[in-house]
Ligand binder design. Structure first.
Ligand code: ADP
Ligand code: MG
Length: 762
């Protein structure tokens, strides 16, 4: 009975693959395997390897080992059903071991004199000789050297599908189809990539990022070793090796190719996008002439730091061009990004264009508005504020002024984006604290017939691999140097019995005239509520000498602020009784928040008990002590942001973190890292490693391309090479029209079509 199957193709339904049928097909579907192609690209999650090969003389009782040798004796010593014994001798040049199987009489048919085998198991000393009971036995072909065989793929499984079945199926499919897959990486490119990857090798930074610093978060590099190959293997070899490795080196090369390819295709898409941004969009050129430059710098009350000057230089160069700047300015809290942003805005204004500054919260918008207003008080620059809490009339007036060109510099919250504001002469748009926004939700504001230059600021340093992916189409400026006179911050993790001591420490600081923050987590609810400008409840400021007032009254019953109100309650009745303590959270009306912030800025309010609304940008240099309660509920980046609040002045800042309850080991690890690392970059890298990319930037930011094989943490060096080569290629051949690149171009387009649209960028 001949089995006449139609020839297998990529599209063949798994149901019709040899040995599958409808029932198994169902189960395979659960693994996402519907066609032969799916099976071919269903990669192992790991490999089974035999224990290391040992010479027989070095076997140790109880230590797993694997031996290659020849069967020199084999005997079914007892056939009695239920108590049969099969024994054989495996011998090689280093000695001989006995292998024994009880109640497996069929072994006599499998294992016979003269065979070459690899046996793996745990040896036991039996008399004078080592013995392996029920070892794994693998028959070796004539020429098969054991060291290279025996790496078996381990696939992700589902119920009803066994590892062996999947291996068999994959072997079948790989045998038929691996040779049919179209090559997307031409030979020359595979050679070039191998060269670059080898150069990037295991060594130090290898000049990949140039100035773009490795933060090396303390612990040893988790990078992978890049195998040395003279070219990446072609796709057919790659697929065979990834499923059924012929050797460790073959496997490593296959993996390298797949990872490289995945990252390279992504980087090509980003390079194409970067190029389109420069060739297809128009922006007004706003060059910093010597006069303009000097005039702007004169406005600043201090000397800029070296990093600030460098940032301004880069921004000036960007803004002189006819296409939009698309730059991310990152720097630790307090590193002085605002001045840099102000430079960009004044540059636009000097050219009679308008500038917009967008802040994530109304508090921050108001603070920027006040700071800018003060700095520009004696100038002709007209500054406006647009945010959610304005009355309809106020808003209408600001919008009118801005649209008529009477306002030069408009500060606001997201509400800038609402209502189709039209700024005819918009030259630059600055977005503060980028991480609070969705990455892709940028500005929809445009000038009349141009796009504005765009500067995004972030105080959450972005790990290199994220910078190269999510922000891969953005130029990056990093400020590392803090302005002079920055206070040092000491961080403590509270231990049992610290409460008394800590609060007495806080009281001492208050007695010295300082102010304090207390931050409590929101227990439930989404982040989005934090800057909720409606939902007003009574603001609460409890003054000295008003004991016993029912502070709970008027507070929203929502659970997510219960923690902060409870903390407020306990402190103002207990350890901080007698000091003026105020409460601040996102459920309060804008008016109430403003009132509280005013009180804290002026120093009337001595202690601010708050949710993380104070996380970003609030600048009260006299506040030098911070208590974080429920610290285990915060992420590292957030903790660091919070800490930044008490490093603003000349006084040493102090942060003490209390945890709720037990806390998981991960919580402990995170807090320990926080206590010991003051550098925001190192922390961001550590956070990235501890939590992965998704959470780091907040759950709204899912703009991360999903990787099948590459791991952005582990494979960062490969990512850097892919980025460089992709840029090189697009510089040379922007539309990938070169010989042999059609397939590659196709793959880039298929995977990244959406991202290549420019509509969602400033
Ligand atoms: P961030 O990067 O957190 O936005 P800011 O721009 O708010 O930092 O700057 C923090 C503080 O440092 C501000 O009070 C600002 O006036 C001050 N500052 C900024 N640059 C300098 C400088 N070069 N010298 C002295 N003070 C500076
Ligand atoms: Mg800031």
């Amino acid at each position: 009975m001949s089995d006449v199957r139609p020839k297998m193709t990529f599209a063949t339904d798994v149901q019709f693959l040899p040995g599958v049928g409808p029932e198994r097909a169902e189960r395979l579907h659960r693994l996402g395997l519907r066609t032969a192609r799916d099976v071919l690209f269903h990669f192992p999650r790991g490999y089974d390897r035999p224990p290391p090969d040992r010479s027989i003389g070095s076997l140790r009782d109880g230590q797993p080992a694997s031996i290659v040798g020849t069967i020199t004796d084999a005997e079914l010593a007892s056939r009695t059903p239920g108590r049969s014994v099969f024994a054989a001798i495996v011998e090689n040049e280093t000695g001989a071991v006995r292998i024994v199987f009880f109640n497996q009489p069929y072994r006599a048919e499998q294992i016979s004199f003269g065979m070459r085998v690899q046996v793996s198991g745990t040896p036991r000393l039996k008399g004078l000789r080592m013995e392996l009971v029920h070892p794994q036995v693998k028959l070796l072909g004539e020429e098969e050297s054991a060291g290279e065989a025996g790496i078996d793929p381990v696939y992700p499984l589902t119920e009803g599908i066994k590892q062996a079945e999947l291996r068999r199926l994959t072997r079948e499919v790989t045998g038929e189809l691996a040779g049919e897959v179209t090559e997307v990486l031409p030979e020359g490119l595979r050679r070039r990539a191998a060269e670059a990857l080898t150069a990037a090798g295991p060594g130090e930074d290898s000049g990949l990022g140039g100035a773009e610093d490795r933060a090396g978060a303390g612990e040893g590099s988790s990078g992978i070793e890049i195998p040395t190959v003279d070219r990446l293997p072609p796709i057919d070899v790659t697929l065979r090796e990834i499923h059924f490795p012929g050797s460790e080196s073959g496997l490593a090369a296959a993996r390298l190719r797949l990872v490289f390819q995945e990252l390279f295709v992504m980087q090509l898409a980003l390079a194409i996008r970067r190029r389109r941004l420069t060739t297809e969009l128009r922006a007004p050129p706003l060059a910093p002439t010597a006069v303009i430059h000097a005039r702007i710098l004169n406005r600043f009350p201090f000397e800029l730091t070296g990093d600030q000057r460098r940032a301004i230089g880069e921004i000036g160069r960007d803004m002189s061009r006819q296409f939009p700047m698309n730059r991310l300015l990152q720097g630790d809290v307090g590193s002085g990004k605002t001045v840099v942003a102000l430079y960009a805005m004044l540059l636009a204004v000097a050219h009679r264009h308008q500038a917009v500054l967008m802040a994530p919260t109304e508090i921050l918008a108001r603070q920027h508005h006040a700071t800018l207003g003060a700095t520009l008080a004696k100038s002709r620059v007209r500054v406006g504020l647009l945010c959610g809490s304005l009355t309809v009339t106020e808003r209408r007036e600001v919008v009118r002024g801005a649209e008529a060109g009477e306002i030069d510099l408009l500060v606001g919250t997201q509400s800038l984006l609402h209502g189709g504001l039209r700024l005819p002469r918009l030259g630059v748009c600055v977005i503060d604290e980028q991480h609070k926004f969705g990455v892709r939700q940028r500005v929809s504001l445009r000038g009349d017939d141009t796009d504005p230059h765009c500067l995004v600021m972030s105080a959450t340093p972005i790990p290199r691999s994220i910078a190269m992916t999510m922000f891969g189409d953005v130029d990056l400026t990093t400020i590392r140097e803090l302005p002079p006179g920055r206070g040092e911050v000491r961080t403590y993790l509270a231990h049992d019995g610290w409460k008394e001591r800590w609060w007495s420490f806080v009281r001492q600081r208050l007695e010295e005239g300082r102010q304090a923050y207390v931050v409590a987590p929101r227990v439930a609810g989404g982040e989005a509520a934090e800057d909720d400008e409606e939902n007003g409840t009574k603001g609460i400021v409890r003054g000295a000498g008003e004991p016993g007032e029912d502070v709970g009254a008027g507070v929203s019953s929502a659970e997510d602020i219960s923690s902060v109100t409870r903390t407020f309650d306990e402190l103002s009745r207990g350890p901080l009784r007698g000091y003026r303590v105020a409460l601040l959270h996102g459920r309060m009306s804008a008016e109430e928040k403003r009132e509280v912030m005013r009180g804290f800025h002026s120093g009337e309010v001595r202690v601010l008990v708050s949710t993380t609304v104070i996380e970003v940008g609030i600048d009260v240099p006299n506040a030098t002590v911070m208590t974080i309660v429920g610290g285990n509920r915060f992420g590292l980046a957030q903790l660091h942001q919070l800490r930044g609040r008490v490093s603003r002045g000349v006084h040493t800042g102090h942060v003490c973190v209390f945890s709720d309850g037990e806390g998981s080991p991960q919580d402990h690890e995170r807090l320990r890292v926080f206590e010991q690392t003051g550098d925001g970059f190192a922390l961001a890298e550590a956070d990235f490693r501890l939590r992965g990319p998704g959470e780091l930037l907040g759950r709204r930011q899912s703009g991360m391309p999903s990787m099948r094989i590459a791991d952005l943490v582990r494979d960062e060096p490969i990512l850097a090479v892919a980025r460089e080569l992709a840029q090189e290629m697009i510089d040379d051949d922007p539309d990938l029209e070169g010989e042999g690149l059609a397939e590659l171009r196709g793959q880039v387009m298929r995977r990244y079509e959406k991202r290549l649209e420019l509509g969602d960028v400033a």
